[in-house]
Ligand binder design. Structure first.
Ligand code: ATP
Ligand code: MG
Length: 648
């Protein structure tokens, strides 16, 4: 971004007060903001008491060596005990922890008591394999209950896990095993996706031809496909884990004991290995799940549709909901298998009350058509969450209307792998929500929007999102690279965490996320956000999805190039392009009109569903493509390149 701050072009007037019944019984009310503002550390000390500590902490934050934080440092706890055993001890062992739905329709139900037994058996198995506290375990599994069990078993014995998304290549698996120095890998023969059995074990085999140091591969049998077997290294889960004792005494670990390493999604470049620790992370995932979803363990059925391979899966499939003793749904497959109504069928079947999904999925559902969710009974839903990208106002409205029957609050939650937990989000029983805005830092969180010099922007202005105080679930470092941690996050603005995202404040002071600062376009001296132009395009009934980049231009500095996916039945033509350019001009002003609009069939996305604009910029400027290792489908880029022979 240049000296000038980010232009604030999009005007959004719609807003929706919280439903009265939800507000009346909300887990968190407006006074939490005030309480936390008066005594932030006291507020977090109180939230830490949501957990069971073997040794309760007397210290809250140690910030004597910034930016290396310690939270609750003299406390000791066992994370897995907090996620399972204590619910059983409290008499809730019969409550369902996980309703598992396989892609092919097979199901499994695990109560908290059963989950505890499974976690203990897996922990005993890892101990038998010689895994000790501090040893790293790589996990490469499909979305099956053993994934949750594996994470918790590692946590239980203090062995940091490093989960690799089950769709990644051997190269990505190898580099993550190597970076973490893992000696044990947990995988499966395969998993079911789009009606087929995908192979996982063979990818691990290939990865292990590239890295040394792995002595054991523990293999879950899921698909029963043939697998190659390395004697002395490979062990079947059902042979080793099933014969273990369901008793295991959970040893307490220091609050700052490493819990896991997880790589960022790689939207902006090579993924970073983010390190999270135990007490602060669990405190904030637990609190935010309770606050943002208003989760009630005795009645709610919660479903986070993310994969466990992303931070959303770690914090909001495993640690947040299970530490709160909530019943959740876990689904193995894709939203269109065997039909495009699968998600809504699952909501109906389990009576899901709280759902957490990504804008990419919501835009896809919009594209598939309103009639699909309309066939199912979705009346159990009471809070709808969104995470991963800015949600375009039209997608937000669609979600609220077609999924939430105009009744449910939509909570747009901003956070990152690095933040560990939700940071900026409405509270469903408190906030007057606005489509497209994450709105306000949660109680106990301090965020700001600043200009190039680091000065807070006034209401109505735009700039860089920063976090101005340390928070309990913050990353502690980049694994093995303290200097990169300091340089990446703490050097741009003195004493503040630089998130890498652009944002603006509206006239009420609410925060709107505007996309990556790397993606901001500079057109004739104006900084324009990709998000605002994309949202303007998506607000046309003819566009399902849009990605916008700034390409070098001789006259304007940069010119806006838009790639759009048209809605079903809309024909591509020159008149349509003119119509869309004019639509953007009318919505945001002439400065934001794209110079070129290219209808495409698909957009390049990370495996976690985020648009990778940097690759589109590479294409638009005729450069060689940057790091594509986290791209879902490389053929997408070839199709787009063909569409754009020379844009530079
Ligand atoms: P990398 O850091 O490797 O480029 P990444 O940033 O995509 O990858 P994640 O940690 O998975 O990796 O994603 C966090 C980012 O996702 C945020 O910095 C932000 O850009 C975007 N994001 C997440 N939630 C929201 C949201 N509710 N609104 C706007 N943006 C969001
Ligand atoms: Mg990032």
């Amino acid at each position: 971004m240049s000296k000038e701050s980010l232009a604030n072009l999009l005007r959004e007037e719609r807003h929706f007060p919280p439903p009265a019944d939800l507000a009346a019984e909300a887990n968190v009310t407006a006074d939490a903001y005030e309480q936390a503002a008066n005594d932030r550390l006291g507020f977090w000390a109180e939230q830490a008491r949501r957990l069971d500590w073997a040794v309760p902490p007397t210290e809250t934050l140690d910030w004597s060596n910034p930016p290396f934080a310690k939270w609750f440092a003299d406390g000791k706890l066992n994370v897995a005990y907090n996620c399972v055993d204590r619910h059983v001890e409290a008499g809730n062992g019969d409550r369902v922890a996980i309703h598992f739905e396989g892609e092919g329709g097979d199901t499994r139900t695990l109560t908290y008591a059963q989950l505890k037994d499974e976690v203990c058996k897996a922990a005993n198995a890892l101990l038998e394999l010689g895994v000790k506290a501090g040893d790293r375990v790589a996990i490469y599994l499909p979305m099956i209950p053993e994934a949750v069990v594996s994470l918790l078993a590692c946590a239980r014995i203090g062995a940091p896990h490093s989960v690799v998304f089950g769709g990644f290549s051997a190269e990505a698996v190898a580099s993550r095993i190597e970076d973490a120095g893992a000696e044990v890998v947990i995988t499966a023969d395969g998993g079911f996706r789009r009606g087929k059995a995908n192979a996982l074990k063979s990818i691990v085999d290939e990865a292990l031809r590239r890295v040394t140091g792995v002595r054991t591969v523990l293999v879950v049998r899921r698909t029963e496909q043939e697998v190659a077997w390395t004697a002395g290294r490979d062990v079947w889960w059902h042979e080793l884990v099933d014969r273990q004792s369901p008793e295991h005494d959970p040893q307490p670990f220091d609050a700052e004991h490493p819990l896991f390493i997880l790589y960022t999604s790689g939207t902006t470049g090579k993924p970073k290995g983010i390190l999270h620790t135990s007490g602060g992370y669990l405190t904030q995932t637990s609190y935010t799940h309770h606050a943002v979803f208003d989760a009630k363990p005795d009645r709610d059925v919660y479903w986070c549709t993310a994969d466990i391979g992303w931070v959303t899966g770690h914090s909001y499939i495993v640690y947040g909901p299970l530490s709160n003793g909530v019943t959740e749904v876990m689904y193995e497959g894709t939203p269109d298998t065997p039909h495009q109504g699968r998600f809504w069928e699952i909501v109906q079947k389990y009576g899901v009350t709280l759902i957490y999904a990504a804008p990419t999925a919501i835009r896809t559902f919009m594209k598939w058509g309103d009639d699909i969710p309309a066939k199912f009974d979705l009346s159990s839903l009471r809070v709808l969450g969104s995470v991963g990208e800015p949600i375009n106002p039209e997608a937000w409205i669609w979600y609220r209307h077609h999924i939430g029957a105009d009744r449910t609050p939509v909570v747009d939650t901003w956070w990152q792998t690095e933040t560990g937990s939700i940071m900026i989000s409405p509270l469903p029983g408190v906030t007057d929500t606005k489509p497209g805005s994450a709105q306000r830092p949660l109680p106990g969180i301090s965020a700001d929007v600043v200009d190039d010099e680091g000065n807070p922007v006034p209401n109505g202005g735009g700039g860089y999102l920063v976090l101005t105080e340390p928070w309990p679930s913050m990353l502690r470092t980049i694994w093995g690279d303290d200097q990169r941690y300091v340089d990446t996050y703490w050097s741009r603005f003195e004493g503040r965490y630089f998130a890498g995202d652009g944002a603006k404040r509206d006239d009420d002071g609410d925060i709107w996320l505007l996309g990556r600062v790397d993606d901001v376009m500079l057109v004739s001296g104006h900084n324009i956000s990709t998000t605002e132009v994309e949202s303007a395009l998506v607000s046309s009934p003819k566009v399902a999805e849009a990605a916008v980049v700034g390409a070098t231009d001789a006259t304007t500095g940069q010119a806006i190039v838009a790639f759009v996916i048209l809605r079903g039945g809309v024909e591509e033509s020159d008149t349509l392009v003119t119509e869309l350019r004019d639509h953007v001009g009318a919505t945001l002003g002439p400065i934001a009109k794209p110079k070129r609009i290219l209808p495409v069939a698909e957009l390049p996305k990370t495996r976690s569903g985020k648009i990778m604009r940097r690759l589109l910029r590479d294409v638009a400027e005729n450069r060689e493509l940057g790091d594509v290792t986290t791209l879902t489908d490389s053929s997408v880029m070839e199709l787009i390149q063909r569409k754009l022979p020379s844009a530079a």
